[in-house]
Design a binder for this molecule. Structure first.
Ligand code: GH3
Ligand code: MG
Ligand code: MG
Ligand code: MG
Length: 290
């Protein structure tokens, strides 16, 4: 049940790698590194290890330096590190923990202790991953939620301001959705929202962000100019019209706005996109307004 979790074991002595590998066998996927440099390389590549067992005394980069490097890089800072080392003074242990390690085990290696501590920390990691995922996704549709959207948008908008990357924000509001609930019930309304969400996410590129802002409103962040986005969204509008989830005709009104270095504030962009949606509604719905 825990197989998908990966533990990276780092030690310059082969026997140590073997003993630790043996003690975790069957519980986790094991990766091995025999130097600090190799550890950094594996920690930065996909799939990322879920935990690192890290020796301290190694030629070249020692474990403390490796830990410092991992903790200072946002891409690896969250990986739990357990030191497994012969350095057994209180000062060493305190130093290791202050560098950000979650635990400190002294050699000689006791396989049962290594296993028990790894299991405990992997369980914590599992819980944290679950909470993190819940905090960023919408429960009904599985899309990103408003909270994540705001975080992600501010990061992307910073890139727009700094590097002039193009970005277009799309707001979509399902037309007369209240009627779906009124005519078919809330449960069917929910199913329609799930189908609409699936259509949006399967027709966007991987780099694009698709989120449920709330209710029957969806936001997409597209890494392209307004013209390109408008063409894709027009296609999407057709697909939505043709979807007919549960045999119900569903359409949407779309408002688009392109971000620029001078206009890179998410809430302001959202107001402008909402204005587009409002105009789409007054123009008879089921249309795209830029
Ligand atoms: P318009 O074309 O002007 O947008 O009309 P509308 O009916 O879509 O707009 P309105 O804002 O009046 O209604 C939105 C409806 O969406 C009302 C609300 O009950 C429904 N709704 C919001 N969230 C959910 C949900 O999670 N599930 C279901 N089934 N309905 C929801
Ligand atoms: Mg060593
Ligand atoms: Mg609405
Ligand atoms: Mg609506």
């Amino acid at each position: 049940m825990m197989e998908p979790y990966t533990v990276l074991v780092v030690d310059d002595v082969k026997t140590n790698l073997m003993i630790m590998g043996q003690s975790l066998k069957g519980l986790y996927q094991i990766l091995e590194a025999s130097s600090g440099a190799q550890c950094l390389k594996l920690a930065r590549s996909e799939p990322q290890p879920d935990l690192i067992l890290l020796d301290v005394v190694m030629p070249d980069l020692d474990g403390y330096e490796v830990c410092r490097a991992l903790k200072s890089d946002p891409a690896t800072a969250e990986i739990p590190i357990i030191f497994v080392t012969g350095k057994d003074s209180d000062e060493d242990e305190q130093y290791g923990l202050e560098l950000g390690a979650v635990d400190y085990i002294t050699k000689p290696i006791r396989p049962a202790i290594v296993r028990a501590r790894v299991c405990a920390h992997i369980q914590l990691k599992q819980q944290r991953d679950r909470l993190q995922s819940m905090a960023m996704h919408d429960q009904l549709t599985g899309l990103y939620n408003r909270h994540f959207l705001i975080e992600c948008a501010s990061q992307r908008l910073a890139r727009v301001a700094r590097h002039r990357n193009p970005m277009t924000l799309v707001l979509m509001d399902v037309d007369h959705f209240k009627r779906v609930n009124d005519n078919y019930g809330h449960h069917v309304g929910d199913k329609v929202l799930i189908e609409v969400a699936r259509l949006l996410s399967t027709n966007m590129r991987r780099e694009d962000v698709v989120a449920r802002l709330g209710g029957e409103e969806f936001v997409m962040l597209m890494d392209c100019s307004l013209d390109n986005a408008a063409a894709k969204v027009e296609h999407l509008r057709h697909l939505l019209e043709a979807l007919e989830p549960d045999g119900i005709k569903v359409t949407g009104s779309f408002g688009l706005v392109e971000a620029s270095p001078y206009n890179a504030d998410f809430s302001h962009l959202l107001v402008l996109a909402d204005d587009g949606v409002y105009r789409a509604k007054t123009q008879g719905r089921n249309c795209v307004v830029c």
